[in-house]
Every structure is written in C-alpha cells, then in structure tokens.
Design a protein around this ligand. Structure first.
Ligand code: SF4
Length: 363
C-alpha cells in the first residue's frame, strides 16, 4: 500500500488521519499533530525515527503509514545577480522549476513557486506557454510546499534564520487552476506549527480566471480561504490588445473581473498588485489612461516588470524612457507604481521564463 505523503495533508487532515489510522486518542490528536508539524516544518526531521517524543509503537506506526517524500533537486543554476534556479524531478520523473530571488543584501530571498507542470493558458510572452502549450498536470500540495523545504535545506534556512522571507506563487502554472492543492500548501505555510509565514508574506497570481468554486466566484473564495496578497497579471488595459497577448481575456474580460477583484480587496483589505510586463506596445499613453480607469475601481498597486525577450515572438522590451513616462502618468493620478528589474536573466529565471523541455517533452 502506498504511504500517505506527509506534505500533502494540512493540519486538520493530518489530525484526522492520526485518529483514523493510528491509536492516537481524540483528545491527544491535536497535540500529536502539533508535534509532528513542528518536527517536520520547524526542525526539518528527515525521518520519523527522529521523533523521540513519540513512543516506539506510535513512531513505528507513523513510519509505516506516512512518508516524507519530496521531489529531488537535479540541477542548480546560479545567476550573476545571486538568483538561484532549481530544476526539480517529481516522482513521475516530470520536472518543474523553482527560483530563489535575493534582495539587495543577498541574505534574504523571495521564493517563486510553480504549481503545475506546463500551462495551457498561452500567454504570448511566457516561456512556459511557448514550450508546453498545455497543462500536463497540477502539482500536489506536497510538491508545492516541498519546493520551499528543499530551498530552505539548500541555503540552511532552519531554526530562527528566516532567510526565505516571502513566497510568490508565480512560477509555472496558474494557482487558480489548482486551488485545492494550493490551499493546503498555503495552509501549511501559514500555520503557526508549520512554516509560519504571515499572510502578507505570500502572494498568489492570477491572469484573472472567473471560474466558480464552492458556489462562489473563485476569486472571492480565494479571499476567504487563502487570505494572502493577490497579483493580477493584467499586462494590457485595452481589451482587444489584451486578448491578443493573453487569450484568456476572451473568456474572462477585464470588466467581468473588476467586481470580483474589488470583493477580494473588501474581504482581505490587501491591495491587488497589478502586474505589467514592460513591452514596447503596452507602455503607451492610451494604455496608461485605461489602466487608471481600472485602478480607480480596484484598490491596487502597479508592478512594472522588465521584459526578458526570450521567446520567439517578436515582442520588444519598452525603453526606459517610455517606462518612466508611463510610471509618471500613473503616479500623477495618485497610484503607486513600482518598477522591478528582471532578475536571473542569464539563467532564464526571470518572470515569464520558467520552462524546461524535460517537463513536458514526451506527452
Ligand atoms: S504567464 Fe502564467 S498563466 Fe500565462 S501561460 Fe505562463 S504560466 Fe500560464
């Protein structure tokens, strides 16, 4: 019988598992779950023999029922700017990538997590889309949170070190197409006995997917269930142009998403990050004016992201002059606009660059 992967369960699921499958009493189950969470997520035990606070019989039972299986790191690339990209091999031999992006001091990192192998949303500027053109499969909760554990191991970020300060779910795939698994990974990231990240240390991204979840809009569901920052990959404020570079816009229009994003803010009180890749064609005055209309409706901040031209499409990066002009228009209208230089360009680890042929090659 295949063992249950520890990393696939959230706190309540593990508690119920212990009650159902081991001799742990109902009244001790919470304490045992806390001990297990602490041992794995804080002390980073590698196997259950290290659970010395558990009696031998219970330890053996847990060992026979639960595994601590994680993907394997099979390649590491380091950029001149300190960015580190990891190629991971999953149990089924598929691959995904994870990136550690350092701050200016090179002592703190943001981790960029992948949530699926491949992606079918076909954003024209995205390397994942250019290579995969389809979703091969979603990652399990364990495969998502393991990316953090593996990177913490690599840079020795245990105990009180807190080197990986922030996480963004902006690697391969769309978190809104894998919400149940993303929720378990985020639950365990936020849990005080888990990795203990604050809600403002985590950002999930969406191109804007207006699907329903549990009889409500998925964006509203995410506000209630995930309660972290939301980044909206907008990239164009003119519907016709947005549809050209992001086909999802035909299905879920900017107008239809605005009320849902507004509700996300109302529920979380966290501004929406509007993500905007700086292309020559979307840094115009007309785009800025349309964007301001959107920002007036959705409490938000603008993140301008330097474009890394690596796909075979003929997008050109915007000039610094146009980026400055665009930013000035946004700021003069009272909104925050930040420009982020692309990181890890020399190792294809910058925004929109995550993809590897091995992940999807033979499907
Ligand atoms: S940008 Fe994100 S949603 Fe769009 S194709 Fe790439 S991975 Fe998918």
């Amino acid at each position: 019988m295949k063992k249950q992967n520890f990393y696939d369960l959230n706190f309540d699921q593990l508690k119920n598992f212990l009650i159902e499958k081991t001799d742990v009493d109902n009244d001790k189950a919470k304490m045992r779950t806390q001990q297990l969470f602490n041992a794995v997520y804080k002390k980073n035990i590698k196997n259950f023999d290290e659970l010395t606070t558990f009696g031998l019989k219970l330890r053996e039972k847990i060992k026979n029922l639960i595994s601590l299986t994680k993907p394997k790191i099979i390649d590491i690339q380091k950029s001149k700017d300190g960015t580190i990209k990891f190629l991971l091999e999953l149990e089924d031999k598929r691959n995904v990538e994870t990136v550690l992006i350092p701050d200016k001091t090179l002592s703190r990192y943001t981790i960029c997590l992948s949530v699926s192998v491949g992606c079918y949303l076909s954003c024209e500027f995205c390397a994942t889309a250019q290579i995969s053109k389809k979703l091969v499969r979603n990652l399990s909760p364990g495969e998502i949170i393991s990316q953090i554990i593996l990177c913490k191991d690599y840079i020795n970020d245990w105990s009180t070190q807190k080197k990986i300060t922030n996480q963004v779910l902006m690697g391969e795939g769309s978190p809104f197409l894998n919400l149940d698994n993303v929720k378990i990974a985020i639950d365990n990231s936020k849990n005080k006995d888990g990795l203990e990240y604050g809600r403002t240390r985590i950002t999930i991204s969406t191109v804007g997917i207006g699907i329903k979840k549990d009889n409500m809009d998925a964006i509203e569901w995410a506000a209630k269930e995930l309660d972290v920052y939301l980044a909206w990959s907008l990239h164009s404020s003119i519907p016709k142009h947005r549809s050209e570079i992001m086909p999802i816009n035909d299905k879920y229009t900017i107008e239809s998403l605005i009320p849902q994003l507004k509700k996300y803010y109302d529920q979380t009180k966290l501004p929406i990050f509007i993500e905007w890749i700086c292309l020559e064609e979307n840094m115009t005055e007309k785009q800025a004016k349309e964007l301001i209309k959107i920002m007036k409706k959705v409490p938000s901040k603008l993140n301008l992201i330097e474009f890394n031209p690596l796909t075979n499409k003929d997008f050109k990066p915007a000039s610094q002059e146009n980026i400055d002009k665009f930013s000035k228009i946004i700021q003069e209208n009272g909104f925050l606009s930040l420009f982020r230089r692309s990181r890890g360009r020399d190792i294809n680890a910058s925004c929109g660059s995550l993809a590897n042929k091995k992940s999807v090659g033979d499907e």
